[in-house]
Design a protein around this ligand. Structure first.
Ligand SMILES: C[S@@+](CC[C@H](N)C(=O)[O-])C[C@H]1O[C@@H](n2cnc3c(N)ncnc32)[C@H](O)[C@@H]1O
Length: 383
């Protein structure tokens, strides 16, 4: 984690960092932290998501989606609610933005939403490596007569629901702080000792990268000063400046012709609250959480708590526990429970295993000390 309250400089040996990332920093003389973050997650052949990193039970981190079928069943309810509110149009699109392996869509379709006859699905995933894994799901959905396509960017003119679960936390953020009367930004620079290159492109063992605070000046400083949330962030409290997440929400809302945009993520209602937390900048790999953003760069997910007050003002902002209640989690659990009670001695078939899973997942999804405290923001069309 960045030292907070932040001294001007903290040095890390970039243990296990991908050589190409160290080289990118060395050759440029220093990269703004968000630029290195971008490379570390998404650079083809190097970044975490382009070299096999993913959500999943046997993968690097677990999301509500990967826990089991219940979250997707609740999203199916939300998709139906929006379809009914729109007057049940003949075509209704579900866009899963930051789809990862596509597990959410599988769960939505398995929940048999009322709108299924009108439904078409778009998986939006920027990682080519993960998109390559969508073929199975597309075939499975075709057997259920639902058209699913997979692409890198958001479609235009969406009439339906765009959902982004744990996407915004993965959009590289800038990191800023006030320190000693100065506004500073986090950069990554070559360490004090210039790394020796044993062979071109291969930094010698022991090459160092250094997290460094640099003064922020000019247009950037003016843009930050104009942000209302910035006024409330205390001195010496580094905070993510999630301009990329705000732009993504504005763009997604612009692409929505009818329906809703639903964003689910960890974070806080205010930037000041994020700044006051320990470990708002985290890494994940094979289920283990880390707090040194430079450790094993390229080999770990890098993620931030999302400061929701930096996003366009939503129409609704509630906790995941409250959102799931509105989307019918209690009824889904009660129905599963009733089905199990009606067949107490039945053999364990797929339907029964699914119902047992629904019952087991519910407490975790609404846990106020965990997933239940995630925030859910919704925007209507026409941003
Ligand atoms: C933390 S994973 C979440 C996966 C899935 N939504 C879930 O909840 O299990 C975030 C995913 O978003 C993808 N991603 C990041 N930026 C994106 C963008 N601008 N558009 C589409 N996908 C993006 C990443 O490649 C990654 O697969």
């Amino acid at each position: 984690m960045i030292q907070a309250p932040g001294g001007p400089t903290s040095t890390h040996r970039a243990l296990g960092a991908h050589a190409a990332l160290i080289e990118a920093v060395v050759r440029s003389g220093g990269l703004r932290f968000d630029a290195l973050w971008e490379l570390a997650l998404y650079e083809p052949g190097i970044g975490f998501y382009e070299t096999g990193g993913a959500a999943g039970r046997r993968a690097d981190f677990l999301t509500s989606v990967e826990l089991g079928p219940l979250f997707g069943a609740c999203i199916a309810r939300r998709v139906d609610q929006a379809w009914n509110a729109a007057g049940r149009p003949d075509t209704w699109t579900l866009v899963d933005a930051g789809a990862g392996p596509g597990t959410l869509v599988r769960a939505v379709l398995a929940a048999q939403p009322e709108c299924v006859g009108a439904l078409e699905v778009v998986l939006v995933e920027r990682s080519a490596r993960q998109r390559a894994g969508h073929a199975d799901l597309i075939g499975w959905a075709a057997d259920r007569e639902v058209a699913v396509r997979s692409q890198a960017g958001l479609p235009e003119g969406v009439a339906g629901v765009i959902v982004a679960n744990e996407l915004l936390d993965n959009l590289p953020a800038r990191v800023v702080q006030r320190h000693g009367g100065q506004v500073q930004e986090l950069w990554v620079a070559p360490g004090g000792v210039a790394p020796a290159f044993e062979r071109p492109g291969i930094p010698a063992a022991g090459s160092e990268l250094e997290l460094t605070w640099r003064p922020m000046v000019g247009d950037d400083a003016a843009a930050l000063a104009a942000c209302e949330w910035w006024d409330n962030v205390p001195d010496d409290a580094p905070v993510p400046w999630s301009a990329g997440a705000a732009e993504w929400v504005a763009e997604a809302q612009r692409r929505l012709a009818l329906g809703i945009l639903v964003v689910v993520d960890y974070g806080a209602r205010t930037s000041a609250e994020v700044a006051g937390r320990d470990g708002w900048l985290r890494t994940y790999a094979q289920g283990a959480v880390g707090t040194d953003p430079l450790e094993n760069l390229g080999g770990r997910d890098l993620t931030t708590d999302v400061p929701f007050d930096q996003l366009p003002q939503p129409d609704r902002l509630v906790t995941q526990a409250d959102a799931l209640a509105c989307w019918g989690i209690d009824q889904l659990v009660a129905a599963a429970s009733a089905r199990l009670a009606a067949r107490p001695d039945a053999a364990l078939d797929l339907a029964r295993a699914r119902d047992i899973s629904l019952l087991n997942e519910a407490p975790t999804l609404v846990d106020s000390a965990g997933l239940g405290a995630f925030l859910v923001a919704e925007w209507g069309a026409g941003g």
